[in-house]
Design a protein around this ligand. Structure first.
Ligand code: NAI
Length: 403
């Protein structure tokens, strides 16, 4: 199959496996060039096939020599479908992690389900005995309500007046008008159900009851706070409500882990980056492009890997933890510097439809977005025919995948 980028509504409907290998390798290269650190031994990552979960997995496997189990919702190649980028990321992570002499297992399935929790717990017992870190990095558009069988959808809406703004249409590289509607109470509730902290809590309770958490076990989930520019669309919107719930659940989980294991439950506020999930937040592509531009110019830009590496090395396991009054780890402090926020906001308001696309930050944003699905690598021949079945079989023969 010859694989060319295919996009619908800012979503790649395909992925290029050889580009996904480059995507994983770029992060591995960065991790290997960073100073090693003492971290966890056995890590469970929920949502580790892309974005922040994958960067966390690579940072810990290559920086701290950790074993990992990853749960993600990804699909392999079938017929005319190339398989998702996250699917190939998992396989290539396993291929290249072989050199670390650590153990890595991938489970492909629905992390929200009880069955998944049972299989993973059994796998932990049989392979590692215990885990000492659980990372919750899910970004999902929907969640099955196990009591009713219904699929509950999350919504990206505001909670004040509707917002009229713009976002980037990536395929045409044009700015398009968007309106972000006001959420109903039900939509807020549903978003909290999908993206809030209840499933994280279910996971930790499940692992606790099954006695697979080790002494001093930690768990961490990722929130976003953002500044005044993103306030109305994010923190004062449905996603912000879900994150408030996640942060509340951290307090309950912290009490449990501290009491039973002398451990802790943490929230890290991470910086805005390009990911499969963040692209769906209206206005965010413009904000992130301008933020990248400002941070690149100020020589303060951090890659997704570098961001997570610093989180674990300095703040989760190191001595340089920065927290706010809510006890959230503020690894996003560079994005939040008043001068960075002010310059980003000014830049956003000084641009027109054309000048935005001339920015170095926007070019970087678009390049990263293509790379997430394995496109845009100069060392890949995108005209070359790839036998996906043969590639898939050979990678899977050397990987531990449970479906
Ligand atoms: P992403 O879309 O790159 O990754 C999401 C992960 O969740 C993937 O591994 C996917 O397979 C998995 N997933 C989704 N539904 C699943 C299901 N039902 N069962 C199993 N796995 C499932 O997302 P990203 O951006 O890395 O987000 C991760 C977390 O980080 C989210 O909580 C997000 O709010 C948070 N965050 C993201 C920021 C950003 O700018 N991207 C900024 C700050 C926080």
């Amino acid at each position: 199959m010859i694989i060319k980028p295919s996009m619908r509504s800012n979503f790649f409907t395909n992925a290029h496996p050889l580009g996904s290998e480059q995507f994983v390798l770029e992060q591995i290269k960065e991790a290997k060039a960073s100073p090693p650190f003492k971290g966890p031994k056995n890590v469970l990552i929920i949502g580790g096939s892309s974005g922040y979960g994958l960067a966390s997995r690579i940072a810990l496997a290559f920086g701290a020599n950790a074993n990992t189990i990853n749960v993600s919702y990804e699909s392999g190649p079938k017929g005319k479908r190339t398989g998702s980028a996250g699917y190939w990321n998992n396989l290539y992570f396993q291929k290249h992690a072989n050199e670390t002499n650590t153990t890595h297992i991938d489970f492909l399935g629905d992390a929200f389900g009880k069955e998944t929790k049972a299989i993973i717990t059994k796998t932990i017992k049989e392979t590692f005995g215990h885990v000492d870190l659980v990372i919750y990095s899910l970004a999902a558009g929907g969640r099955r309500n196990e009591e009713t069988g219904d699929i509950v959808q999350s919504h990206i809406k505001t909670m004040g007046e509707p917002i009229h703004g713009k976002t980037i249409d990536i395929k045409s590289e044009k700015l398009i008008d968007i309106t972000i509607d006001n959420a109903t109470d039900q939509e807020i509730k549903d978003t909290v159900f999908v993206m809030g902290g209840s499933d994280w809590q279910d996971w930790i309770n499940y692992l606790d009851k099954a006695e697979v958490l080790s002494e001093q076990a930690k768990t961490i989930a990722y929130t976003y706070i953002g500044g005044p520019t993103t306030q109305s669309v994010y923190r004062h919107g449905t996603l912000g409500q879900a994150k408030t719930d996640l942060e509340q659940k951290a307090k309950t989980l912290n009490t449990l882990l501290a009491k039973t294991y002398k451990g802790e439950a943490l929230i890290s506020s991470s910086k805005a980056v390009v990911s499969k999930a963040s692209i769906f937040i209206p206005q965010m592509p413009i904000y992130v492009s301008c933020l990248y531009d400002v941070m690149l110019k100020a020589d303060k830009h951090e890659s997704i890997l570098a961001h997570k590496y610093r989180l674990f090395k300095d703040m989760v396991y190191g001595e340089n933890r920065l927290t706010d009054k809510e006890n959230r780890i503020r690894v996003d402090h560079i994005e939040m510097e008043p001068s960075i926020q002010k310059a980003t906001n000014n830049l956003m308001h000084s641009l027109d439809d054309n000048t935005l696309f001339d920015l170095k930050g926007t070019k970087h944003f678009l390049q990263q977005f293509y790379k997430i699905s394995g496109f845009g690598y100069s060392n890949i021949d995108y005209e070359k025919d790839i036998d996906l079945d043969t590639l898939n079989t050979s990678l899977r023969d050397n990987a531990q995948i449970i479906e």
